[in-house]
Design a protein around this ligand. Structure first.
Ligand code: GLA
Length: 395
């Protein structure tokens, strides 16, 4: 019912503002079970779309003018479709970035209006920005009959983030938002872009996010630095092994021989990535055997690597992972996403969630004088059109 109400509310705002009927698209946030900072290194990731989403109600305007309304923030942006202005990391940059990419790809986009909103907490590492890009792109593709297939939309949304917003992100977030499938995680090979769905059985365990409430402000600059460090490591190996194109092609032996003697920090970064790519492969075998204990242990190992070698964690994230480590009902936990704040992802036996959450929230408050939020997530379908009339009738 939650989804329905949000979507219906956004559609209604559109009708009031623009006096016409919009197309409504839902695009979800994502979790990633394991495989962090591997996407831009040609490795694997294991994300899933969740039950928190961005909704966009969108329709043509009658001229070149556009008006975008952020329902939750009471903010709006107006501009000419041929001259949309960028304001650093503002919500409408993600809309304008998508338009910019479509225009660069040779599409003529007429003026349009939209109302955007949803329930993905921003800065919590659930990829609200990718969800905005995917929602708007999907809606534009439908409205203006651009005939883009899903993978082309994913790539274009990622490019918008890389070139317009300026974060050199990999493809995981946009891919998960668009291709998500209810009840399944996506094993995505970020080199070939081949993927498969694996059912993720959650009858007795839930995917629980503990939110540090720290907004990852360092994230974009440090993220780009990590990416460069990985590329530096690859270049060092390439002198001796020209066939190595990304860290996916590298192994520990190469790192020890060609990277460690030159730069310890670059070595640590690359070591984490090479280990994580292997760890994910092993974790997928755990999934096939439904060995969630082994899977959970690998999540803890990932956190260790992200914290100590890749150096993208923070005190608050480490605290939340450390706290649950000896809890029998918690199978695994680690920081999730780019890092420097946001959430930890935890696999917790359902019956124990409330009790653990109460204890950890209190401990977090005592340690940092800050509130910790919790989200119990469900794995849902990826980007789709919402029939708001159907929902309006149910309200
Ligand atoms: C961010 C990026 C993704 C990915 C993760 C780390 O969410 O947008 O492409 O690199 O960080 O795994």
């Amino acid at each position: 019912m939650q989804i329905n109400k949000v979507a219906a509310g956004i559609a209604e705002k559109f009708r009031q503002a623009f006096n016409s009927e919009p197309l409504v698209v839902r695009s979800p946030g994502r979790v990633n079970l394991i495989g962090e900072h591997t996407d831009y290194n040609g490795g694997f990731v294991l994300p899933a779309a969740i039950d928190k989403a961005v909704y966009v109600a969108l329709g043509k305007s009658n001229d070149d003018m556009c008006q975008f309304i952020a329902a939750d923030m009471q903010e709006q942006y107006s501009g000419n479709i041929n001259n949309l202005k960028k304001i650093e990391r503002h919500w409408y940059d993600y809309i304008n970035g998508v338009v910019d990419q479509l225009q660069k790809a040779g599409y003529t986009i007429p003026g349009f209006n939209c109302v955007i909103g949803g329930d993905i907490p921003t800065g919590a590492g659930m990829s609200s920005s990718a969800a905005v890009e995917c929602a708007v792109l999907y809606a534009l593709n439908e409205t203006f009959h651009l005939k883009l297939d899903t993978l082309s939309m994913v790539k274009l949304a990622q490019k918008a983030e890389n070139e317009y917003v300026g974060v050199q992100c990999g493809i995981m977030d946009q891919f998960a938002s668009m291709f998500g499938k209810k009840g399944n995680v996506i094993k995505l090979d970020c080199r070939s872009l081949e993927f498969e769905y694996t059912p993720f059985v959650t009858d007795d365990i839930k995917i629980v996010l503990f939110d540090t409430n720290i907004k990852h402000s360092l994230a974009s600059s440090e993220y780009n630095t990590r990416r460069l460090q990985c590329e530096t490591g690859v270049a060092m190996i390439q002198e001796f092994h020209p066939q190595v194109k990304t860290l996916r092609d590298a192994n520990m032996d190469m790192l020890t021989k060609y990277v460690l003697p030159k730069d310890k920090v670059v070595y640590d970064r690359c070591r984490y990535v090479v280990e994580e790519i292997q760890r994910l492969q092993a974790a997928c075998i755990d999934l096939v055997h439904n060995d969630r204990v082994a899977f959970g242990k690998k999540m803890y190992a990932t956190h260790e690597g992200l914290s100590k070698l890749y150096d993208v964690s923070c005190r608050e994230l480490d605290f939340l992972v450390e706290f649950v480590k000896n809890e029998k009902a918690v199978l695994g936990a680690r920081m999730m996403g780019g890092g420097f704040g946001g959430c930890t992802i935890n696999l917790i036996k359902e019956g124990a969630i409330a009790e653990i959450a109460a204890r950890i929230a209190k401990a977090y408050q005592d340690a940092f004088n800050m509130e910790m939020k919790m989200y119990v997530t469900q794995i849902e379908d990826g980007t789709n059109i919402i029939n708001v009339h159907h929902y309006a009738a149910q309200l």
